[in-house]
Ligand binder design. Sequence first.
Ligand SMILES: [Zn+2]
Length: 426
Amino acid sequence: MSQSLLLQNVTVVNPDAVFVSDVLIQNGRVSAIGNGLTGDIVVNGSGLYASSGFVDLHTHLREPGKEEAETIESGSRAAALGGYTAVVAMPNTDPAQDNVATVAFVREQGIKAGLCEVLPSGCITVGRLGESLAPFDQLAKVGVTLCTDDGNGVQSESLMQQALVAAKKLNITMAQHCEVSEMTIGAAMHDGECCSHLGVPGWPAEAEVQMVLRDIELVRRTGGRLHLLHLSTAESVALVRDAKKEGLPITAEVTPHHLSLQDTLLKSFNPIFKVNPPLRTPRDIEALKEGLADGTIDAVATDHAPHAGHTKEQPLDVAPPGMLGLETALAVVNTAVTLDVQKLAALMSWNPARIARLESHQGRPLAVGEPANIAVWDTTSVWTVQKDALASKSKNTPYHGMAVRGRVHHTIFNGELVVHEGKALK
Ligand SMILES: [Zn+2]
């Protein structure tokens, strides 16, 4: 028997109830829930919430290929500090995750780091080049549940249609980065009033909306399951709302930054605020929040995109898009939007776990016998983000120096305390 771990006097957040209790963990599972329990290692949970661990559908871990920006180990540590017990690793690595060997490598490195589950996604097209389909059957056999060319949208309608047919047959999900690429050449920020004022090439909302529209039609035709990555425009939210009413198998995510930051920040010409899709307008932000509230948007996903200093700190037009997200996600969302704790847990944990079909995270409640993947957090602590205090190898956070509310205190992965009082234990 391994040593037991006791979360004492914690407020359990489950889909059906919120209640104060002790939670005992042993041999990787929840072994008892009740009052007056004892354990070998005791963690004080007074005033804190405990829910299923957070699940990120959208993490760029950069390994293999760009280990100077992040490794699977450093990214896993950032994830654990953010309360995540599972992340879906995006496939725009080098080599890309379009083959069994690379997928196996990513999974193995995740196991070696031992800080959270790393679920590799697969590509939709070979090399993410948009020319021929990835071998979905082989990828599905090694446990891939979600395929995406993230970073690129799949431009070819016929390839996307075939991918969705395969998705249905293999019970996997195709995740689309919605961007019609010919409309965004050279773009550096949202195409709107602010952008024309600055004379910077703009990223029109239409580039996203047109692909959302096209893919909804493809789902209607094929019945294949589609997940829409990082929605950023009011029109996309409206389209997804209608598609869901129609009963189509479509899910959607939003990032913390699209809920909290707006396009006018680019007046500074600071590339820290350059991201794909770009920061949009207050009207879009309002629509995204409404989408969260009414269930049109299923999940918060970070799009954690580390970039090494020398690549990100370049003029706005050449700097790569992307910002860090894992360690600040809960706080940024909780600061930007008022949500009750069950809704917050649904968006951060239960729904994304279901979308990724993560077996040990399936959106389950904390209950006896369940795998002990747990985040312990609050919604009231105010703290200031300091980029140098982050565990990520890169420092490109747009929140440096900003005060945020809500904090992750402890993270338990596979029954093991991997983050204690905001510090990673390995
Ligand atoms: Zn993307």
